[in-house]
Design a protein around this ligand. Structure first.
Ligand code: NAD
Ligand code: IPM
Ligand code: K
Ligand code: MN
Length: 379
């Protein structure tokens, strides 16, 4: 029997609420499995860890994460540890990503359920057929460049952040984007997003992306978009960005939240943060890579504790975990089908299984229960 260690980091706000549903799905999937066993270990991380230990990322949590086959996270942060607090959760998340070396953040924005088009604030003619993979560089750029806080001393009335990229950092994320593009037949086009008309780091980005793809992956179509107009395209004619959107850390953060408007809710989108290109289970040479899996959304303090958060982004993150880190493609697909079936179920009154963010009135636990029920019929 194969046994895998998965560290679970529920975090803050709605984090524990959405993670509980993903854990429920994983347990249902493997409770009677003769060949796979998941060992789940929950650890403190984020604001709750600050309250308990004084640190957002306690050494024992980091150690467990490093030893795990994969990590499933909810979200961290909240007003209790806001931007003016001395110790904050967000730097803990950056430290975790850096320590794990997970430079590649993959955010699929499509989740093949056409029933979702009715939920998008965008017109159906715009959202239909959109299929974009955002590949975001995750441990470089302005998030990790040198920065200076404003000093208390009045003569130092400035603060600054540095956006810095090396050739190697751009090469390695470009190769991940290329591997994802090549997993489709024909290969997906790559749209590289930068601000090369202003930023030196973007000019380096554009040059390295172009050279890497031309020399190593000449079969992949490449174009370049400036981030301001890319933001516009994403909601006016997103099909033009179908394929892989490859971009640096900050732009990818912003564009992926924007992209969630297309399927209709931030609560739907999963992510995988990896330390290399995923080897796809469909290829015979699958090599597992550890990874950090989390929905793209935050701790949603405005709805935390109400039991109404959408757990689907986290449940789909668990599916990505099975696919990329454990090589369990069939199980990943079972979760994805169960979610799709849940979203597609309709009764006389309309879409039956929708949380409030998708215009429905069922709760976090109820949709988790229904997904588990549907999953059991597929096993
Ligand atoms: P947010 O993503 O938490 O919420 C934005 C909006 O989307 C809110 O109205 C929220 O209710 C809604 N929303 C988010 N997830 C939802 C879900 N699953 N179901 C239904 N509605 C959902 O962003 P924010 O409010 O700007 O940030 C709150 C905190 O979360 C901050 O401390 C921020 O730093 C943190 N954050 C953490 C992560 C992470 O852990 N990776 C990601 C983003 C933000
Ligand atoms: C995300 C979040 C984080 C980021 C914050 C909380 C540090 O917005 O995971 O998208 O900016 O990467
Ligand atoms: K998250
Ligand atoms: Mn974000």
């Amino acid at each position: 029997k194969k046994s895998f260690r998965v560290v679970v980091l529920p975090g803050d706000g709605i984090g524990p609420e959405v993670v509980a549903e993903a854990v429920k799905v994983l347990k249902a999937l493997f409770e009677e499995s003769p060949d796979v066993e998941l060992k789940l270990e929950t650890r403190l991380f984020g604001g709750c860890a600050i309250d308990e230990t004084g640190e957002a990322l306690p050494a024992s949590t980091l150690q467990a994460c490093k030893e795990a086959d994969a990590i499933l996270m909810g979200s961290i942060g909240g007003p209790k540890w806001g931007v003016n607090s001395k110790v904050r959760p967000e730097p803990g998340l950056l430290a975790l990503r850096k320590a794990l070396g997970v430079f590649a953040n993959i955010r699929p924005t499509k989740f093949g359920s056409d029933s979702l088009v009715v939920n998008s604030p965008l017109k159906e003619s715009i959202t239909r057929g959109v299929d974009i993979f955002v590949v975001r560089e995750l441990i470089g750029g302005i998030y990790f460049g040198e920065r200076k806080e404003q000093d208390v001393a009045p003569q130092e009335n400035v603060a600054w952040d540095t956006m810095i990229y090396s050739v190697e950092e751009v090469q390695r994320i470009t190769r991940v984007a290329a591997q994802i593009a090549l997993a489709s037949d024909p290969p997906l086009p790559i749209h590289s997003v930068d601000k090369a008309n202003v930023l030196a780091s973007s000019r380096l980005w554009r040059k390295v992306v172009t050279e890497t793809l031309e020399s190593e992956y000449p079969q992949i179509k490449l174009d370049h978009q400036l981030v301001d107009s890319a933001a516009m395209l994403l909601v006016s004619s997103p099909r033009k960005l179908n394929g892989v959107v490859l971009t640096e850390n900050l732009f990818g953060d912003i564009l992926s939240d924007e992209a969630s408007v297309i399927p209709g809710s931030l609560g739907l989108l999963p992510s995988a943060s990896l330390a290399g290109a995923p080897s796809l289970p469909s290829s015979h040479s699958f090599k597992p890579t550890s990874g950090l899996y989390e929905p793209i959304h935050g701790s949603a303090p405005d709805i935390a504790g109400k039991g109404i958060a959408n757990p689907i982004g986290t449940i789909l993150s668990a599916a990505l975990l099975l696919r990329y880190s454990l090589g369990l493609e069939k199980h990943a697909q079972l979760i994805e089908s169960a979610v799709r079936k849940a979203l597609d179920s309709k009764n006389a009154g309309g879409w039956e299984l929708r949380t409030a963010d998708l215009g429905g009135n069922i709760g976090t636990k109820e949709i988790g229960d229904r997904i588990v029920e549907i999953l059991k019929t597929l096993l």
